[in-house]
Design a protein around this ligand. Structure first.
Ligand code: ZN
Ligand code: ZN
Length: 418
C-alpha cells in the first residue's frame, strides 16, 4: 500500500504541483493578507492541499480551513445507509460556509473525484441525495454565484479519475498523463506561470471588450443539427479570465479557463441545438443530446445515451429547462487540441462553445453587484438549483451576433473567432 502510494505521487511532477498551488493562491484567488481560506478537496488530493496551505500562509492567510471528502466514505452511504439517509444534507455546515463567506473568507475547491463513482448506485438515491444537498447548499452557493468573495477551482490528478480518462494505462502511467494534461491546461508547464496567466487574461479581456462594445441582443448558431437563436439578457455583460468579486478582489475563478461567457435571456431562446461532446453528470454519461427551445424553454429533449437522466435533470425545477449561461470557446483551445474527454466540466467546458441549463451568474450583468434577484429575473436572468454546462461547438460552428437593429456581425466561423 505504501509503495503503491509512493509510486502514484512519484508520477506527479512536484515542481509543477507546487506551481499549481502558487497559481491558485496568487492568480486564482489573489488571496489578501489576513484573509481566511476555506478549502474543500478529496482525500486523494492531500499533497496539493498541503502545498496550498503553505502558499496561503506564505501569502499572509489568516486561517486555512480544509474540509476533505472521501470516495470510500461516500460509497458507504450508498451501500449501507438507511433509506432516510438520502434526504439528508449537512445544512448546518453550509450555513456555516455562508457565514464564513459573509465574513470575507475566500473559497478554494480542488476537484479530482472519480467522475463515475456513483455510476453503479441506485439512480433514485443519487437523485434524492443530490437534491437534498442542492437545497441545503443554496445559502453558500448564492454567495459564490453572486461572486461575493474571491473563489477558485483547480484540479488534482487522483488515480480514480486518471483511470477513467486513460482506461488502457496502468495506474501510475494514467496519473502521470492526467497530471501533464492538468498542468498544461492550467499553464503551470511555464516556468513563469504567473506571467503566462497575465498574458492569457489580457487576450480574454480583449475578446470581452469587443463583445461588450457590440451590444448584441442575440446570437445565432448554425452547424450540423443546430439552428438556434439565443437572446441575450437585457444589460448583460460578457466576462472572461480575471474578474472582480464584490469584495473588490480580482481573481480567476476557474483554472483552467478559455471561455468568454454571459447571461442569455431565459425567455428568448428559440430553435434546435445538438451536443457535440458527451456530458458527464453525476456518474452518468449523456451523449447525443438534441433539444428544441420555444420562448426560452426546452419543449423537446432527446439523447442517444442517458436520455432518462437528462429528462430527470430537466424536471429538477422550472428553471432547469432554461439557459443560464452562454459561452464562446474557439475550437483551437488547448483543451480541445488535447483531444481528451476529462469527464469534468472544469476542463470539458473549455474545449468547445457551450451553454448551461439552470442558474445564471449575476456578475454577467452591467452593475450586477447592485441588482436584486428580482431585477435580474426581469432582465432575463434564469434561476434554478442546477447549473449544467454542455458543449454545442465544433469546427463546423458558425455564430453571428445580432444587434438591436437586426444587423448581423460574424463572431465565429468554422469554430474560430471570425
Ligand atoms: Zn462556462
Ligand atoms: Zn457554466
Amino acid at each position: 500500500m505504501t509503495v503503491h502510494e509512493r509510486n502514484i505521487s512519484a508520477s506527479i511532477d512536484p515542481v509543477k504541483l507546487d506551481r499549481l498551488a502558487e497559481v491558485a493562491i496568487k492568480v486564482g484567488l489573489k488571496l489578501e493578507p489576513g484573509q481566511d481560506l476555506l478549502l474543500t478537496a478529496p482525500t486523494a488530493a492531500l499533497p496539493l492541499v498541503r502545498k496550498i496551505a503553505e502558499h496561503a500562509y506564505r501569502a499572509g492567510a489568516g486561517l486555512v480551513t480544509p474540509m476533505l471528502s472521501d470516495e470510500a466514505v461516500t460509497l458507504s452511504r450508498y451501500r449501507f445507509g438507511q433509506d432516510l439517509s438520502f434526504d439528508r444534507a449537512a445544512g448546518w455546515l453550509y450555513e456555516g460556509m455562508a457565514k464564513a463567506f459573509a465574513g470575507n473568507t475566500a473559497r478554494l475547491a480542488i476537484v479530482g473525484d472519480n467522475p463515475m463513482l456513483l455510476s453503479g448506485e441506485d439512480p433514485a438515491k443519487v437523485a434524492r441525495a443530490s437534491k437534498a444537498n442542492s437545497i441545503a447548499y443554496r445559502p453558500a452557493l448564492e454567495k459564490i454565484t453572486g461572486f461575493d468573495v474571491n473563489w477558485n477551482i483547480i484540479a488534482y490528478p487522483s488515480a480514480s479519475w486518471a483511470k477513467q480518462v486513460f482506461p488502457g494505462d496502468e495506474e501510475d502511467v494514467a496519473v502521470a498523463k492526467l497530471a501533464d494534461a492538468i498542468f498544461k491546461a492550467s499553464r503551470v508547464d511555464h516556468a513563469d506561470a504567473i506571467a503566462a496567466w497575465g498574458k492569457h487574461n489580457a487576450v480574454l479581456r480583449e475578446r470581452t471588450e469587443w463583445l461588450n462594445g457590440q451590444r448584441f441582443s442575440a446570437l445565432h448558431y448554425s452547424g450540423p443539427g443546430t439552428d438556434l437563436t439565443i437572446g441575450l439578457a437585457d444589460g448583460h455583460e460578457w466576462q472572461g479570465g480575471a474578474s472582480t468579486a464584490r469584495n473588490g478582489i480580482t481573481c480567476n475563478a476557474n483554472i483552467p479557463t478559455e471561455e468568454v461567457f454571459t447571461t442569455p435571456h431565459a425567455r428568448r431562446v428559440d430553435g434546435h441545438v445538438v451536443s457535440t461532446k458527451p456530458l458527464s453528470y453525476q456518474g452518468s454519461l449523456i451523449d447525443g443530446i438534441a433539444v428544441k427551445f420555444e420562448q426560452g424553454r426546452i419543449v423537446e429533449a432527446r439523447a442517444r445515451r442517458g436520455e432518462e437522466v437528462l429528462n430527470k435533470v430537466l424536471d429538477t425545477d422550472e428553471g432547469a429547462r432554461r439557459l443560464g449561461e452562454v459561452a464562446l470557446v474557439p475550437h483551437s483551445s488547448p483543451i480541445s487540441k488535447s483531444g481528451l474527454l476529462f469527464f469534468n466540466t472544469l476542463f470539458d467546458e473549455n474545449a468547445a462553445c457551450h451553454i448551461a441549463l439552470g442558474q445564471c451568474y449575476s456578475k454577467c450583468f452591467v452593475d450586477g453587484a447592485t441588482l436584486t434577484p428580482e431585477q435580474i429575473a426581469v432582465q432575463g436572468g434564469n434561476k434554478s438549483f442546477i447549473h449544467i454546462d454542455w458543449m454545442i461547438g465544433s469546427d463546423q460552428t458558425d455564430i453571428d451576433g445580432i444587434d438591436a437593429g437586426g444587423r448581423l456581425v460574424p463572431v465565429f466561423r468554422n469554430g474560430e473567432w471570425a
